[in-house]
Design a protein around this ligand. Sequence first.
Ligand code: OAD
Length: 250
Amino acid sequence: MIFPPELISFLRKAERVAALTGAGVSQESGLRTFRDSQSGLWAQYKPTDLASPEAFARDPKLVWDWYAWRREAIKSARPNPGHYALAEMESRVAEFSLITQNVDGLHRMAGSKRVHELHGSIQRVRCSVCGRYAETWGDDSDQVPACENCGEMLRPDVVWFGEPLPRSELEAAVKASCVCDVFFSVGTSGIVQPAAALPFAAKNKGAAVVEVNLEPTPLTEKADFFLQGKSGEVLPELVNAVWDSTHPSR
Ligand code: OAD
């Protein structure tokens, strides 16, 4: 891919870079995106109908099993070149913040250090009532495992629709978005708030906004650069173009 010279120059000069990622950045690791149709047993459900407190109240075992199924799928997933390129970018820029909507943990697995998990992590499990984290839990096929502390049902430590985001993660994400020189939006449909507002906040504060996606989104017309393609291909090529041997990192 040929990158606009202004983008290359922006990134070479950038002191602060922020990147917002969504399910698209993990698609090349074999993980389905939210708005892809689901496969197999889950084809009859929409993720948005399962990732909510109402769904958990209505049928806790169904929701628990869906997350257990996704946790299993993630176990065999590995970071792809897009994750590694973002980790590389962090090592090349004075101040880099990775803000992710993903709960799969692949950014940290790829070596990213400063990661803000806006929607929590599927790898963590906590009590739905007392909030205590569980390191291990039974896999009774008939019911949702119970909290050892209070006996109530466990749940995945992810943000469901209608639930508040973890305050410290959101505050850090907003701050990073408002002070960065360049803001990336990678592999996200830009539909779910408040994450979807971050690139607009960055733009309003004068950042150059770069979108990497297979197709246009509500952000595209506002973005300064739209790099259409797979993040696992575009990002490594961009990192090489900006920080090749003639332009070593800071
Ligand atoms: P979506 O499934 O809504 O969007 C995935 C985006 O990634 C789409 O815009 C695709 O075009 C794009 N995409 C797919 N494969 C790609 C690839 N290889 N390279 C680049 N782009 C690619 O997923 P999210 O935007 O992450 O929230 O969804 C945001 C939130 O909605 C999720 O965090 C979740 C969901 O409901 C909660 O669960 C609270």
